[in-house]
Design a protein around this ligand. Sequence first.
Ligand code: 5GP
Length: 148
Amino acid sequence: MNISRSFLLKQNQKNYDMASIFSLIIRGDIPSYKVAEDDNFYAFLDINPVAKGHTLVIPKKEIDYIFDMPDAELGAFNIFAKKVALALQKAVPCKRIGECVMGLEVPHAHIHLIPMTNEKDMDFRKEKLKFTPEEMKEIADSIASNFI
Ligand code: 5GP
């Protein structure tokens, strides 16, 4: 996916001067393992998960810094993330869903939702987990089937 990702980014550069990689994902120009979607928000599996089911939730409207979001949008964003978290908790055995916002790598506001059984599950410095495409699809479908 990395090769096609850089290829697509170059290909689309003229059309997406301001586009973040996540906007390309929303538009379907870069594939993702979709978990949930509505008119304003999109949720998909992180490509380098720190835990099984590690999900990213993003607004479709491109904005870099989450705390620049207007209150109403930020509220709706968190409510959507909560619905994804509840589905994730049903799909992946864990104690609870951890939530984290960083945005140091991708300048498009996003919430990390991470199934946790202990605090190490939220450690972004550890080696990332690897799943086959089939496993990623199965995880995404399982979360999606629990999304209400
Ligand atoms: P942050 O910006 O919060 O520091 O991290 C960005 C997150 O986005 C990372 O966990 C990284 O693995 C994930 N990510 C970066 N590019 C892609 C991509 O093309 N697809 C997916 N599914 N996740 C990505």
